[in-house]
Write a protein that binds this ligand. Structure first.
Ligand code: PLP
Length: 389
């Protein structure tokens, strides 16, 4: 079998063996419906409640009932934005940023076509939100806004000052949702200390399976329901709960909580070794985003005068998995909206590769990339017409 080095953990992670083990009984023996009144069903409900506590603990939620299980991060974002926007009374102003994931941008676009005002705040060249622009927008509006501003960016890893966002938005009685899909499990989160109103999580970014997510909704937050039908999740999200995956998400949150310090130290060391190695061996390599303020596992590097797609394919040929822009969107050839918003020059946008490490990345993985990449970059440069300039 060909060697595989997986450096695309922001796209998805492996499922942790402990998570698989925790899930198995809920396929094999304890497959009851948690809404059933009989003992067999209510037993699964107890496990689901335990998972809710594990998720709540990871993000410091005061009450596990503030956690709603969903099918993914995309659903959590849609539920938060469309649900809270639907419950707005007079005010119909949504504030977001230019660098959000499409699972935030698209619901905002839809609301805009439905008559809401949507303001998309720009970012600076390091990927940080323009705080003056946010303050100006809030100052101009007498009514409270609904804001959706991400905790950590999926492409660059840049981490936002969410506590400051919350202070500014709450000072005007607004609501703050944060897409914490790339932050949960990687960074300490405490929704009591950083008082967001809603927060999205996705299982497959923190070693649980694809197809499970959660939305934290602070008690008392008014929201319309998107999924209508039964009364599951305290009538906030209809549909029989995916118990095995919920148990898996709970276990993944517990593991993340227990291992965060160790994972962070491990990932930062490997990420920095990889990054320094690349910068030292590949001419025209530049890091995108604030290197001092990003998730521990991510480095986004532009290779000047090269096509990121070509580089990705040649890396793939030798078994190295990376990503250009956001993997979820990489079916399209559209240049990264995140790097464009940061005013990264067009050539560097096109030549960018995201390396995202994880709990299971090793020194050998880094060695292999550092052995292969400079050779591939040189080869592509030889083929590039621009090198003749
Ligand atoms: N938000 C961010 C920041 C993401 O990176 C992703 C996935 O890449 C999502 C939302 C969507 O999550 P899911 O794949 O669980 O729908």
């Amino acid at each position: 079998m060909q060697k595989m080095v997986y450096l695309d953990n922001n796209a998805t992670t492996a499922v942790a063996p402990e998570v698989v083990e925790a899930m198995l009984p809920f396929f094999e023996t304890d497959w009851g419906n948690p809404s059933s009144l009989h003992t067999f069903g209510s037993r699964t409900k107890r496990h689901m409640d335990h998972a809710r506590e594990q998720v709540a603990t990871l993000i410091g939620a005061a009450d596990p009932s503030e956690i709603i299980f969903t099918s993914c991060g995309t659903e959590s974002n849609n539920m938060a934005i469309r649900g809270a926007a639907g419950a707005m009374r007079r005010q119909r102003h949504i504030v977001t940023s230019q660098v959000e994931h499409s699972a935030v941008l698209e619901p905002c676009n839809l609301l805009e076509t439905n008559g809401y005002r949507v303001t998309r705040i720009p970012v600076d060249s390091l990927g940080h939100l323009d705080m003056d622009a946010l303050k100006d927008v809030l100052a101009e509006d007498n009514d409270p806004v609904l804001a959706s501003l991400m905790w950590a960016n999926n492409e660059t890893g840049v981490v936002s000052p969410v506590a400051e966002f919350a202070e500014l938005i709450h000072a005007k009685d607004g609501l703050l949702h944060t897409d914490a899909v790339q932050a949960a499990g990687k960074l300490p989160i405490n929704v009591q200390e950083v008082p967001v109103d809603m927060l999205s999580i996705s299982g497959h970014k923190l070693y649980a399976p694809k197809g499970i997510g959660a939305l934290y909704v602070r008690r008392g937050t008014r929201m319309d329901r998107l999924m209508l039908g039964g009364h599951q999740e305290r009538a906030r999200r209809a549909g029989t709960e995916n118990v095995p995956y919920i148990v898996g998400l709970g276990k993944a949150c517990e593991l993340a909580m227990q291992g965060m310090e160790k994972d962070t130290t491990h990932e930062v060391r490997l990420r920095d070794r990889l990054e320094n190695g690349i910068l030292g061996s590949c001419k025209g390599a530049v890091v995108n985003g604030d290197p001092e303020c990003r998730t521990p596992n991510t480095t986004n590097i532009s290779f000047e005068h090269l096509e990121g797609e070509a580089l990705l394919l040649m890396l793939d040929d030798v078994g190295i998995c990376t990503s250009t822009g956001a993997a979820c969107e990489s079916g399209s050839v559209e240049a990264s909206h995140v790097l464009k918003a940061m005013n990264v020059p067009r050539d560097r946008v096109n030549g960018s590769i995201r390396f995202s490490l994880g709990r299971y990345s090793t020194d050998k993985d880094v060695d292999y990339v550092l052995e292969q990449l400079p050779r591939i970059v040189d080869r592509l440069r030889e083929l590039s017409p621009r090198i003749k300039d």
